[in-house]
Ligand binder design. Structure first.
Ligand code: ARG
Length: 576
């Protein structure tokens, strides 16, 4: 695997600087930054070295710059900075070549080779109404799985279903009152039953006791109770799995909370033998130094039943034993920060050396999500609504002649799901945002469909070009790409490999989403230039070398857009 183009140039520049100054390479790399576009591609401020040499920084910069001969780069001093700019060649040819070689895997690398990451994501609660945070966890987790995989990590994606707890007692007790036996396998019906049962339990403590009693029977392993639980669980799973299939999301394991039934005594024993446990108000708690007012880590309630924290502790230990992970990520709403802080700190105090390889990949809240049916109940309904709203848009655009397709429904599915997924991922994960159907489905905004449209335009240009013979592309043609718009587009393409690394390091898919928006805009700025000036058209008639260079740039852009969309789990339609 060769070093990505931009990284390679940065390294060459850094090495030359390190020799000329002279200064250790690591020191130079620490201060070497991307330059503002007008000044070039890389810049190194001289202040630190000028101070050591007791020189004026501008003077040092002007002494150093002429000593630097870096192939393919122009180096210049500007005030206290030494700047380097990539020359159109061979940089341009290298970028075009690397996209052509990697194709759909453009941006992939090997930094994760031999390493394993466990990603706990989606993890909805069974038989309960769904919340938007499960959609967030699903799309962020899936993007992180793709991003890690692209860098050679072995990814273990786990759906830690909320499939154990009193809510099953509520559904079961509620079913006797509000249930329709013919609808036992209908997830929507079960959720309705849950909602009614929950309301009733709040008014009537006796009903709540019934629910609790049913769950106690489940925990006691009573066959009849478990059989009913299994039926409810299956019904929910059918709904979830259909949704994951629509989104193209795969899990390596569905291991919910119920998986840890009967496996918790061991972890509780290990806790008592390390940090210790104590009894507080009848419950067994982990012996941590709690802050004033901090809720304790409950391991067992006074009735002997285990809790969310107990199960997460058992699961963490089990996952390390089975997968020997280098990292274990929990893609879960920021509301649960305290829970994960406490769980991680118990594991640390248990003496688990891998405890600091666990991270809570937290995300903020979404406000304002509701469907036309009213309150949000099922994940699948959100996707159905996205598809049907997108279809209205698609039809509108077809009638205005803006898009062309023979399969509006299929396109609407790609656009609608893309709107939800991209609309979520473009935000820094920790920020809260307001969901707005019009906004996520707009063809002109910072949206998935805007990026998809750019991808489809690039595909259309290439299809059109294929109908007339053009000169075969030679690498030297890349030197013809002299428009500033072409040079920025090349730089945009070249950024992806390092951007993915950063996204992986910070668990931040939004870096890729933002980059896609930049690229779609840069591409449209470029290919529309020809509307005013014929000499700037991509499909030039009278200059075969330039035409073939421009087509190669369209191809590279299309590859980069497609790769980025794929990493985020958004479809890339050829035609629209
Ligand atoms: N089911 C939980 C919820 O809906 C999320 C589970 C997250 N994962 C975990 N290991 N705790 O809030």
């Amino acid at each position: 695997m060769t070093t990505p183009v931009l990284q390679n140039y940065r390294q060459k520049f850094a090495k030359a600087l390190s020799l000329a100054l002279p200064s250790p390479l690591a020191e130079v790399e620490k201060f070497l930054k991307p330059a503002e576009e007008v000044h070039g591609d890389f810049t190194l401020p001289m202040f630190a070295w000028a101070k050591q040499a007791k020189k004026n920084p501008a003077q040092l910069a002007s002494e150093i710059a002429p000593q630097l001969a870096v192939e393919g780069m122009e180096v210049k001093a500007l005030g206290p900075y030494v700047n380097a700019r990539l020359l159109p060649m061979p940089f341009g040819a290298e970028v075009l070549l690397s996209t052509r070689q990697q194709g759909a895997h453009y941006g992939s690398g090997t930094s994760g080779a031999g390493k394993t990451v466990v990603i706990d994501f989606s993890s909805p609660n069974i038989a309960k109404p769904i919340a938007f945070h499960h959609i967030r966890s699903t799309v962020i987790g899936n993007a992180l799985a793709n991003l890690h995989r692209s860098q050679g990590w072995k990814v273990v994606g786990i759906n830690y279903l909320g499939d154990w707890g009193k809510q099953f007692g509520l559904v079961a007790a509620g079913f006797a009152l509000f249930g329709d036996n013919t609808q036992k396998h209908n997830m929507r019906h079960l959720v309705d039953v849950y909602v009614k049962a929950n309301a009733k339990a709040e008014e009537e403590p006796a009903f709540d006791d019934k629910a609790r009693a049913f769950f106690a029977r489940m925990e006691a392993g009573e066959a009849e109770a478990l059989a009913l639980w299994r039926e409810f669980r299956e019904a929910s799973l059918v709904d979830f799995k259909a949704l994951y299939a629509r989104l193209g999301i795969h899990f390596d394991a569905y291991e919910g909370e119920s998986f840890y039934q009967g496996k918790m005594d061991k972890v509780i024993e290990d806790i008592s033998n390390s940090l210790g446990t104590r009894v507080s108000q009848g419950a067994l708690i982990a012996n941590l130094p709690y802050a004033d007012g901090e809720p304790p880590v409950l391991l067992k309630k006074n009735d002997g039943s285990t809790l969310y924290a107990t199960r997460d502790l058992a699961a963490a230990v089990d996952r390390f034993e089975r997968f020997g992970f280098d990292k274990s990520l929990y893609v879960v709403a920021a509301d649960q920060s305290l829970h994960f802080r406490q769980v991680f700190s118990v594991l640390e105090k248990m003496g688990k050396p891998w405890a600091h390889h666990l991270s809570h990949v937290a995300f903020g809240r979404v406000h304002g999500m509701s469907t036309r049916k009213g309150q949000l109940h099922l994940l699948s309904e959100v996707l159905d609504e996205a598809q049907s709203r997108a279809l209205e848009k698609v039809r509108e655009n077809i009638s205005q002649g803006k898009i062309h397709t023979h399969t509006p429904e299929a396109l609407a599915e790609q656009i609608g799901l893309g709107a939800i997924v991209f609309g979520d991922l473009k935000n820094r994960r920790t920020t809260d945002y307001v969901f707005d159907w019009e906004e996520v489905l707009s063809f002109e905004g910072h949206t998935g469909v805007y990026v998809q449209y750019a991808y489809a335009r690039a595909s259309a240009i290439l299809q059109k070009a294929a109908t007339t013979p053009s000169a075969p592309f030679e690498d030297t043609c890349a030197g013809e790409l002299g428009l500033p718009e072409e040079q920025s587009l090349l730089r945009w393409v070249a950024k992806l490999p390092e951007l993915i690394q950063e996204a992986v390091e910070q668990n931040e898919p939004s870096f890729v989403a933002r980059w896609l928006l930049d690229g779609a805009a840069a591409f449209s700025r470029w290919y529309t230039l020809g509307n005013q000036d014929r000499s700037k058209r991509v499909l030039l008639e009278d200059n075969p070398r330039l035409r073939s260079a421009r087509l190669a740039l369209v191809e590279a852009t299309r590859t980069a857009l497609g790769s980025g969309l794929g990493l985020l789990g958004v479809a890339a339609p050829q035609n629209m």
